[in-house]
Design a protein around this ligand. Structure first.
Ligand SMILES: Cc1cc2nc3c(=O)[nH]c(=O)nc-3n(C[C@H](O)[C@H](O)[C@H](O)COP(=O)(O)O)c2cc1C
Ligand code: SF4
Ligand code: SF4
Length: 260
């Protein structure tokens, strides 16, 4: 079983690739949370996986909230060594800081042990502050090709239930994950600065694109309703680039996985 979250499709691609490689099933975290589905049971020997993007050098708050609430019964084998196997894969534009430590601790608090984890560099999606920009098309394609190669290797290791950690931590990790991350979650994860320009053609694609169902159309224009994880999917999916986030997104272009 693989629990996953994705805003702009990068982590969905990774989750689907792993699910295919392991012949496993996927559970989309926002859907499970909306439907209050927090109880799961694995069959003996089944792997438990999590896939998510990195937000401000840590796992997204909505993923951590889900981990806190979820109950996963993992059966002990009748005889022989334990075949419990728990892993996560995260996607990032560049680096993950202390995401491994943060996630490992959250699992430990539930009596679960992390056996493997890896990070996959994918095209950048965050442009909500000055100084943050998307990858060039060429760089984005290069990252996706390298990610597919890395995943082939990691899926083999997951198949063999290997214990491993292959994370891009980056520099000043403690500062970024322990100091900037909580501030980012509190201050920069809200939808108050979203608005549409006159280019809006009232198509409703932003409504469909929001994984949290946080957007409704009012008089043909999107209204953000305060339950936002800042994934930027609404911004990136607008076919006429009519959505902006303050001044930070002006002229920065759009990206989502599979966009041509
Ligand atoms: C709010 C937000 C914060 C992000 N923070 C980081 C970060 O700290 N480090 C990083 O390398 N990439 C960061 N990114 C980039 C994403 O982790 C990366 O593009 C990821 O693949 C997006 O996954 P998705 O398409 O499944 O939503 C951030 C993206 C968003 C939207
Ligand atoms: S996706 Fe863009 S054009 Fe369509 S309704 Fe939303 S803001 Fe308007
Ligand atoms: S409103 Fe936009 S940024 Fe916020 S969760 Fe929905 S799609 Fe993501």
């Amino acid at each position: 079983m693989i629990f996953f979250f994705s805003g702009c499709g990068n982590s969905r691609h990774v989750a689907e690739t792993i699910a295919t490689g392991l012949n496993d099933t996927l559970v989309f975290i926002p859907e499970a949370a909306r439907e209050d589905r927090y109880e799961y049971e694995l069959v003996e020997g089944e792997r438990l996986g999590f896939v998510f993007p990195i937000y401000a050098w840590g796992p997204p708050k909505l993923v951590m909230d889900f981990v806190k609430k979820v109950t996963v019964k993992v059966p002990e084998p009748v005889e022989g060594p334990s075949k419990r196997y728990i892993y996560f894969a995260c996607t990032c534009g560049d680096e993950c800081g202390l995401a491994e430590d943060i996630f490992r601790k959250a699992l430990e608090q539930k009596g679960l042990t992390l056996n493997a984890c890896f990070s996959v560099q994918m095209p950048e999606t965050y442009i909500g502050m000055p100084g943050f920009k998307l990858d060039t098309d060429e760089n984005a394609q290069r990252k996706i090709a390298a990610a597919d190669k890395l995943m082939n290797d990691c899926i083999l290791r997951l198949q063999n239930k290997e214990r491993f950690s292959k994370m891009t931590k980056g520099g000043a990790a403690w500062f970024k994950s322990r100091l900037i991350n909580p501030g980012f979650s509190k201050m920069a994860t809200n939808d108050k600065k979203y608005y549409t320009t006159d280019a809006c053609i009232h198509c409703g694609k932003c409504v469909e694109a929001c994984p949290l169902k946080n957007i409704t159309l009012e008089d043909g224009r999107p209204k953000w309703n305060g339950n936002c994880t800042m994934c930027m999917s609404c911004y990136h999916h607008c076919p006429v680039n009519a959505i902006q986030y303050g001044k930070a997104t002006m002229g920065k272009g759009q990206y989502y996985f599979g966009r041509r």
